[in-house]
Write a protein that binds this ligand. Structure first.
Ligand code: CP
Ligand code: NVA
Length: 318
């Protein structure tokens, strides 16, 4: 497996490997400084980022390399050079390419031509790196992922999709509560459900936030308006998504020691109340910290060729 473009690129064993590796790097952050010594990794972000960009930059340094950070106006791409030509050139200089952009297809096009690993640092439809940190955080706060249940509330966006896929691979029961115009795509639900069931877990898609929250180990939410969404929809989204706000009352339906999770950035008063985001059950900053340890593990695993890939594991072509 060369690239990490979406969570379901990973096999169950790959996901487990990344969680174990992340824990090892967390315990011993500078253990593999020779991996990227004298080497570079290119980070190309056409959308804003705090956690992903800084954590990958720090992760490259922890592996002994130098990050090359590029924004939307830095490459000839903006002046019409193709993704294919750009990708081939980047391969000649660097050991990996981490990119955040709008269209998922653009990251797939990069992956096709780069000879080095391509890592999706968020597209409109997927956020796989976030999902590895999410499962690590759940694991740390629960001791095990066995018989756990995570519930997501709000917009059926990139973060919801990757969380659902990660839960399926880890055998964690998952509930996704969204209003009907903001659901996750049915194709992605079907794919995730097949993987979940093979791993002994369930996937519930519901419009009822209370049904999703009942008995959960973790309640998770994300912004109602993602980067790239039409700002004119803001008011309409707020109306539709208000019943999915994570409140103390909703937390009260989950297990008494349930945790509150959010990929951040958060909008207190919209998708979550201030008292929940900053309350005793919130683990949002542990989750943010885990972006770093998982970024080190993802870079290490792809550069060292440690991952098989779900489709390869099944004997199909990747
Ligand atoms: N959670 C996350 O990806 O945050 P950033 O947008 O700040 O990178
Ligand atoms: N769904 C959000 C996630 C930000 C990390 C977005 O795409 O803007």
């Amino acid at each position: 497996m060369k690239d990490l473009l979406r969570t379901l690129d990973l096999s169950k064993a790959d996901f487990k490997y990344l969680l174990n590796r992340s824990r090892k790097f967390k315990a011993s952050p500078h253990g593999r400084r020779s991996l990227l010594s004298g080497e570079s990794v290119c980070l190309y972000f056409t959308k804003p980022s705090t956690r992903t960009r800084i954590s990958f930059q720090a992760a490259v340094s922890r592996l002994g390399g130098s990050p090359i950070i590029l924004g939307p106006n830095d490459l000839q791409l903006g002046r019409g050079e193709t993704i294919e030509d750009t990708g081939r050139v980047i391969s000649r200089y660097t050991r990996a390419f981490v990119t955040r952009t709008y269209r998922h297809e653009d990251v797939e096009r990069f992956a096709k031509v780069l000879s080095v690993p391509v890592i999706n640092a968020l597209t409109d439809s997927h956020h796989p790196c976030q999902s590895v940190a999410d499962m690590l955080t759940l694991l740390e706060h629960r001791g095990s992922l066995k018989h756990r249940r995570i519930a997501y509330f709000g917009d059926g966006n990139n973060v919801a999709v990757s969380l659902m896929e990660a839960a399926a691979l880890c055998g964690v029961d998952c509930a996704i509560a969204t209003p009907k115009n903001y659901t996750v795509s049915q194709t992605m639900v079907d794919e995730a459900r097949e993987v979940a069931e093979a791993n002994g877990a369930s996937l519930l898609i519901t419009e009822d936030p209370e049904e999703a929250a009942r008995g959960a180990d973790a309640l998770y939410t994300d912004v109602w308006l993602s980067m790239g969404d039409d700002d004119n929809e803001r008011a309409q989204r707020q109306r539709a998504l208000q019943p999915y706000q994570v409140t103390r009352r909703l937390m009260g339906l989950a297990k008494p020691d349930a945790i509150f999770m959010h990929c951040l950035p958060a909008h207190r008063g919209e998708e979550v109340t201030e008292e929940v985001a900053d309350g005793p059950q919130s683990v949002i900053f542990d989750q943010a910290e885990n972006r770093l340890h998982t970024a080190v593990a993802i870079l290490y695993a792809l550069i060292e060729g440690k991952l098989t890939g779900r489709k390869n594991e099944d004997g199909q072509e990747a």
